[in-house]
Structure formats: C-alpha cells, structure tokens
Design a protein around this ligand. Structure first.
Ligand code: SAM
Length: 274
C-alpha cells in the first residue's frame, strides 16, 4: 500500500494521544493506534539518531538471519522503518507491515529518503494473514512492540498469525524490555532511565503494576508522550512462544547469549519453527 493511500486514515488526523479519562485504566490492545499520532512519530524520528542505534545494535539481526540462510523478512512492527531500511540495505528481501498508518507513512518516507521503495502493508497482527501474501523465511517484531498487546488472547492470536506466515523452517525474532527487573526491583525506575540519541529523549516508567507499564517520553522542547504497554515477563513470553508451536526458543540479553537475569534492558527471543 502506498503512503498516499495510508495518509487518508483517520488516525493521521489525531493531534492528541487518545486516552480516556483515566489513562492508567487504558489497557486495550487497540490503544496503539491512538498512541502513535503523527506529532509523536515526527518528533521521535527527528531526534533518534539512526546511526547511533545501528552502532549499538551492530550486526546482531543480520548475523542471526544469515547464519540460518534467511532471505525474505516480514517486519511486522515496522514503525518508522529502522530495521526494514537496514535489512533492505543489507540485501534482504523485506516486506514492511504495521498496524499504524502514521508509522507506515513515515517509514515509506524514510525509505524514499534513502533511495529505496519499501513494500508497505498496513496489517494488524491479529489478522496478519488476511493482509499479507505468501510465506516468509523470517519475521521480526522489534522495539518492544509485542508488549503493546494487553490481552493474553491477543498475544496468542498474534503468535498464531506469525507462525502461519512463516515457512516450515521459518524463524521469529521478538524483543521485549526486561520487565522482570522492573517489576521485581522497586527502585528500578530511578536507576534505569533510557536515553536515546545522545540524551535528547528520555524514556522512563511513569507507572507500573503487573498489568501495565506506562512509559513517558520527554523531548527537549517540553513535549511529552506516553505509551501504555503490558509488562510481560521473560519466561511467560518464552512459554507463549512454545505453546504457539515453535520448537526451539533461544533468549538473548542485550544481544548476549550469557547474561545475568537482572542486568539486561532488553531480551531478544529467537523462536524456530523446526
Ligand atoms: N520496530 C520499530 C522500532 O523498533 O523502531 C517500531 C517500534 S514501536 C515501539 C511499536 C510498533 O508496533 C508501532 O509502529 C505500532 O504501530 C506497532 N503495533 C503495535 N500493536 C500492533 C498491532 N496489534 N498490530 C500491528 N502493529 C502494531
């Protein structure tokens, strides 16, 4: 789908994040559409330094894909296109999907700026196979995206859709914040402020309970945006992946195979279908 078509979608017109009277009570899977409003997306991308992010990630995802001979990649959480663009540049055949029209429009523009036409598809994970065509060698769902799903039935449904969109020997790469550390260490938020792009954006937990991790993103001009995420624990996530049918699930902590449970900020799960 082209960016121009996407731009007709209603959520592109929102100028305020769409929370109810009590944002802490907003725990629905559909919330993401009203959270990624254009002003948030624009500001985010203006400040996040793609080169710095690429440096900190290194070749991890490329190496995982190449080591297993994977070529066709479905990026189900394209966002503004960081991984889609990187993998396309590295020679992978990438399809870029996302449920948010605002995000996909920005990703398309980011691809164009770098001389590529991203193949974009607007698709919610819960109905993924209705909107995409064919089967893929690999699916990536990165940037803590999966934790936008607030209901267990939606998590199971999304994983079933990912499973079905993969070839018989396909792999799924999903990452998540280390919510175990956040939930188990009461002083976590004081110790862990996330700085992006040379300290221009801070992201910190604003509210936390077993069912909600609300993050606040503060920008240098005083603008603030929030995201309501579901703090899924690492072993629960691994169990969901196994129960979705994946034969092997390997979990890395901040790109390392060996890690102390409380140390990493992010876990990366690599789930293999066979
Ligand atoms: N992967 C990108 C990155 O790392 O920069 C974007 C991450 S952003 C935190 C999460 C993305 O997941 C958003 O673009 C959002 O629209 C998408 N998303 C959240 N829930 C979704 C759903 N149910 N179906 C499809 N996309 C969804």
């Amino acid at each position: 789908m082209q960016a121009q078509q996407l731009a007709t979608n209603a959520e592109l017109q929102l100028d305020e994040q769409a929370y109810g009277q009590d944002p802490i009570a907003d725990r629905e899977t559909d919330l993401y559409r009203g959270e990624y409003i254009m002003s948030f997306v624009e500001k985010w991308d203006e400040l996040i330094d793609w080169d710095a992010r690429a440096d900190s990630e290194g070749q991890f995802f490329m190496d995982v894909l190449r080591a297993r001979g994977k070529e066709t990649v479905l990026d189900v959480a394209t966002g503004t296109g960081f991984h889609s663009v990187r993998l396309t540049k590295a020679g992978f055949n990438v399809t870029s999907a996302d449920g948010s029209a605002a995000m996909l429009a920005k990703a398309f523009e980011n691809g164009q700026k770098r001389g590529m036409i991203l193949k974009t598809v607007q698709a919610d994970w819960r109905w993924l196979n209705r909107d995409i065509q064919g089967k893929y060698d690999a699916i990536i769902c990165l940037g803590n995206s999966f934790t936008h799903l607030h209901d267990e039935k939606d998590r199971r449904r999304a994983l079933a859709e990912f499973y079905a969109a993969l070839k018989h020997d396909g792999i799924l790469i999903i990452d998540q914040r280390n919510y175990d550390a956040m939930l188990d260490n009461k002083d976590y938020s004081n110790k862990h402020k996330y700085y992006y792009a040379g300290k221009k954006v801070t992201a910190e937990p604003d509210y936390l309970d077993e069912g909600l991790a609300r993050f606040k993103y503060s920008f240098p001009d005083g603008a603030e945006f929030t995201l309501n995420m579901c703090p899924v624990r690492k072993n629960y996530m691994r169990q969901l992946l196994s129960e979705a049918g994946f034969e092997r699930v390997r979990t890395y902590g901040d790109f390392q195979e060996t890690f102390a449970e409380t140390d990493p900020d992010f876990f990366i799960h690599i789930a293999e279908k066979s």
